[in-house]
Ligand binder design. Structure first.
Ligand SMILES: Nc1ncnc2c1ncn2[C@@H]1O[C@H](COP(=O)(O)OP(=O)(O)OP(=O)(O)O)[C@@H](O)[C@H]1O
Ligand SMILES: [Mg+2]
Length: 380
């Protein structure tokens, strides 16, 4: 027990030399190193996050030893409010949350993509219901809250009615269990699940979010994702080792080398994105266009990613008609959602699909691919 609770902070500090430093100081170091550009709106967020970090780390209650310790639940200093950080794309919300998360010296913390978390809840609920328990959400929420004091959600959005109907009670239970929530989103709470089915049933949750969390809009005017891509090559042909190395570099620059698996669920099907981070996905052509996927899947994809790296698009011909058709649908979805793309392909856009059914219509796809490479693509 000692190890799990009391010993955790110092142990983390020992392994990470930055641990315990003010977040602003870490940010300033990154600015000085040329890794980040200074931004007053981001600094304002850091002040809030630093307060939160200090409150979380400042845990006056020590775990009792022995038998009692088994029933001990780490407590959070009173009045610790979580944060709901929202704003336009590429403003640095995920980056700031990750900085905060990495440098908060407690072990009882978790960072998860909101959609992945809700999937986990749904399947835990499914299991709990099998046991015949009266209120299945209760043991599920308790399971999540066990040994947890900080829960960070990236990309909070609610599009699904089943999620919309349980998230209110789930959060209430988590709050009651003393879990502090930090979330990033592109929308303010008031716009969550906008135009969703039975939205009136969702309104109490919005009220609860507004009351329980500090809601802060990041006022930055810069889309740093766009900024990092401006001037960068975004279409590579041929798709050779050189292209791969160049894309590796861009990907690392954008994600900081982190990745997780995200599984989209579309009409009961699963579309896995094994290489995903903070709104960006990297996939091979065959993963997305070599499988029986259709418009609904690509729509779900562009709903979940703001940047797609698609590698190894081959030269397409009539023997690859289905793949070509899917590629056209994918590009249309990306185009309409104004998603950033980085592509490596065997050929230039115009030479990708010269013969086969629909090759004439492919001209439009090629033209869209060209437009998506322009410097101001996806600027708001
Ligand atoms: N001040 C900055 N200087 C340079 N690069 C930055 C800065 N802030 C963020 N970035 C980089 O810009 C990219 C986008 O940032 P991030 O993913 O945090 O944005 P976001 O607000 O979460 O966007 P979204 O709403 O799309 O999720 C990342 O690669 C991040 O490292
Ligand atoms: Mg983000």
């Amino acid at each position: 027990m000692d190890q799990e609770f009391g010993g955790t902070g110092p142990r983390l500090r020992a392994t990470n030399p930055d641990m315990g430093q003010h977040l602003q100081a870490i940010y300033d170091t990154r600015v000085a190193e040329g890794l980040l550009r200074p931004d007053p709106a981001q600094r304002a967020v850091l002040l809030l996050l630093e307060d939160l970090r200090e409150s979380l780390e400042d845990r006056p209650v020590q775990p009792p030893k022995g038998l009692l310790g088994r029933f001990f639940k780490p407590t959070i200093p009173e009045g610790v409010r979580g944060l709901y950080l929202w704003g336009g794309v590429g403003r640095g919300k995920s980056m700031l949350m990750d900085l905060f998360y990495a440098h908060t010296g407690i072990a009882e913390k978790r960072r998860v993509h909101f959609h992945a978390f809700m999937q986990e809840i749904q399947s835990a609920l499914h299991e709990a219901r099998k046991t015949g328990v009266e209120d299945a959400l209760k043991p599920v929420a308790e399971g999540v809250a066990k040994n947890l004091r900080l829960l960070c959600f990236d990309e909070m959005q609610i599009t699904d009615i089943t999620d919309a109907m349980i998230v209110g009670r789930l959060f209430e239970m988590l709050f009651q269990e003393g879990v502090v929530i930090v979330a990033t989103s592109n929308r303010p709470p008031d716009d969550l699940y906008k135009d969703g089915l039975n939205r009136q049933l969702f309104l109490p949750f919005i009220k609860q979010l507004n009351e329980t969390l500090d809601v802060h809009e990041i006022a930055s005017i810069t889309d740093y994702r766009q900024d990092r891509l401006t001037g960068a090559q975004t279409y590579f042909s041929p798709a050779n080792a050189k292209a791969r190395v160049a894309i590796d570099e861009i990907w690392k620059d954008l994600t900081g080398g982190k990745s997780e698996k995200l599984v989209l669920e579309v009409k009961g099907r699963e579309v896995p994105l094994p290489n995903y981070w903070a709104g960006m996905a990297r996939a091979d052509f065959w993963e997305l266009c070599g499988q029986p996927l259709g418009p609904a899947d690509y729509l779900a994809l562009v709903g979940a990613v703001k940047l797609l790296v698609l590698e190894n698009v081959p030269r397409l011909d009539s023997s690859k008609f289905n793949e070509a058709k899917r590629f056209v649908t994918l590009v249309d979805s990306l185009y309409e959602a104004r998603t950033h793309v980085i592509i490596s392909a065997e050929e230039t856009p115009e030479r990708l699909y010269l013969e086969g059914s629909g090759s004439f219509e492919f001209e439009r796809t090629a033209s869209r691919l060209r437009e998506m490479q322009s410097a101001d693509w996806a600027t708001e």
